[in-house]
Design a protein around this ligand. Structure first.
Ligand code: ADP
Ligand code: ASP
Ligand code: MG
Length: 475
């Protein structure tokens, strides 16, 4: 039996047409003799809207929050009605959808009364997206002849209690998946689960962080030792840069786990940064595929990528960053100083992306967040502090830069017209990254792309498609 995990992102399940397409792709895999386990995201933009409803309620705007919920209710009801021709099934599904929205409205009303949005409550609210989509899609699959069965991910994906970015408990997930999901597959069923959501051991709903459905796919693939993990999205695979920024980006045919992980970590939204690890642990290939163009072979992520004559595989950019400069008034770069600085970031649970030091100053970059004033206040007890937002980190990734001389010169020549604030090379042997103003980021990516992907290696990049990259409507 060749078990394959197929994860479909928001745009792949955004409406009836997209769900129909997804059903044909899954039916195609079944016809090939594969046993799919399907993981779905919430319908496109639903997660953002649920978060917006939560913030409105938390600000006391009860009417605004309920209006968002009401629009989401109509969208789900309409999609369910369009998907299911069997009246009895349609009525049952729509009744169930109404019950879920009645529950959600109760939560929003409560929130508008107490005016405090805890991470735990935020996870509960946002979980409705995947809970709704997965049940609706399972019903649609059944009507289309797929022997689908809905599985509540919260029974399988058990995590710790760090709401909004919960850490999965791998051993428990493996046990639950093998006890509850594998028997369904053995009976010839196609389990359909929501991505992104889980629960802690007490059964309280958690989430794996934004974009976390990819992570669910990889976790379930790892737990069930799948033959492959397929990430179905709205582009042809991992591209040489975000095609929304660089329309002439090329599909990367094959890339290593290490390169893909680095790209995801440094902002390539096509994969959630934690996705790769469960696959690496079991050496399961990950494929990134386009649900709008399913015959395309996509990108294959494998342990050892073949040699490539181009130094870089792709350019990622991470925006909405802040740079913090800590300048000691005296020569304070003594033993324990950096530790004191990092202890402050640790206390505020704020991860640091990049660091550079001189004798008296330390510059750090972090995701812009509302803890920055408090962090700066704590740091100012040690030294002078300034921080500035609207920065971006550009990151070039490729195994073939290992040991190559002159690469930095080529990179900075390509962006010589742009002011560079911080540089990092060597933290990993396969990436070069630098920090610039956010407004310069797209231009920097395009200049680098033009410089490094003029003569791409046809063994690694889809040069044929250079003129035919699909233009997607986006999420
Ligand atoms: P999904 O809803 O399927 O999870 P996402 O929107 O999370 O899809 O990720 C797909 C998007 O990632 C693409 O539409 C593209 O704009 C963006 N992206 C950013 N960097 C890259 C890259 N290097 N290759 C492909 N897509 C990228
Ligand atoms: N729906 C969630 C999000 O938008 C998870 C996902 O789609 O991966 O972040
Ligand atoms: Mg995603």
């Amino acid at each position: 039996m060749s078990l394959v995990v197929m994860k479909f992102g928001g745009t792949s399940v955004e409406d009836q047409t997209a769900i129909d397409r997804t059903a044909s792709i899954v039916a195609g895999r079944v016809a090939m003799g594969k046993s799919p386990v399907v993981i779905v995201s919430a319908m496109a933009k639903v997660t953002d809207q649920l978060l917006r409803a939560a913030s409105a309620a938390c600000l006391g705007d009860r009417t605004g929050a309920l209006a968002i919920s009401s629009r989401l209710r109509s969208r789900h009801r309409d999609t369910a009605a369009a998907l299911l021709k069997n009246q009895k099934e349609a009525v049952a599904l729509i009744t169930w959808i109404d019950q879920k929205f009645d529950q959600l409205d109760e939560v929003l009303r409560g929130l508008a009364a107490i005016l405090e949005l805890t991470p735990r409550l935020s996870d509960l609210i946002v979980s409705y997206g995947e809970r709704l989509s997965s049940r609706m899609i399972a019903a649609a699959f059944c009507e289309r002849g797929i022997n689908a069965e809905h599985v509540d991910s919260r029974e399988i994906v058990i995590t710790d209690s760090q709401f909004q970015r919960a850490i999965p408990l791998d051993a428990v997930i493996e046990k639950r998946a093998n006890e509850s999901v594998r028997p369904l597959i053995n009976q010839g069923k196609v389990p359909v689960m929501g991505g992104f959501i889980g629960s802690n051991e007490a059964g309280i709903t958690t989430t794996l962080g934004r974009g976390g459905s990819d992570f669910t796919g990889a976790l379930i693939g790892g737990a069930l030792a799948a033959e492959a993990i397929e990430i179905w999205t709205d582009v042809d695979g991992i591209m040489t840069s975000d095609p929304r920024v660089c329309p002439d980006a090329l599909r990367v045919k094959v890339i290593s786990f290490e390169e893909a992980a680095e790209l995801a970590y440094f902002g390539a939204k096509v994969l959630h940064p934690a996705t790769i690890l469960p696959a690496v642990k079991k050496n399961i290939p990950v494929l990134v595929l386009n649900s709008r163009n399913p015959s395309n072979e996509g990108t294959r992520i494998i342990s050892l990528a073949p040699h490539c004559s181009s130094p870089f595989k792709s350019i990622a950019v991470k925006k909405k960053l802040s740079i913090i400069d800590v300048v000691a008034s005296r020569m304070l770069m003594t033993h324990g100083y950096l530790k004191a600085i990092f202890a402050i970031f640790d206390r505020h649970q704020c991860p640091v992306d990049m660091v550079s030091t001189s004798e008296v100053s330390v510059s750090l970059t972090v995701d812009s967040n509302d803890k920055l004033p408090a962090i700066a206040a704590d740091l100012s007890k040690l030294a002078d502090v300034k921080y500035e937002g609207k920065k971006a980190l550009v990151c070039l990734v490729g195994e073939d830069i290992r040991g190559q001389n002159g690469m930095a010169a080529q990179v900075f020549t390509a962006v010589r017209h742009i002011t560079v604030r911080m540089i990092s090379q060597g933290a990993s042997e396969i990436n070069m990254s630098f920090m610039i103003e956010e407004d310069d980021a797209d231009e920097a990516v395009r200049s680098l792309h033009a410089a490094f992907f003029q003569n791409p290696d046809p063994a690694i990049f889809d040069v044929e498609a250079r003129k035919q990259i699909p233009v997607t409507s986006g999420q």
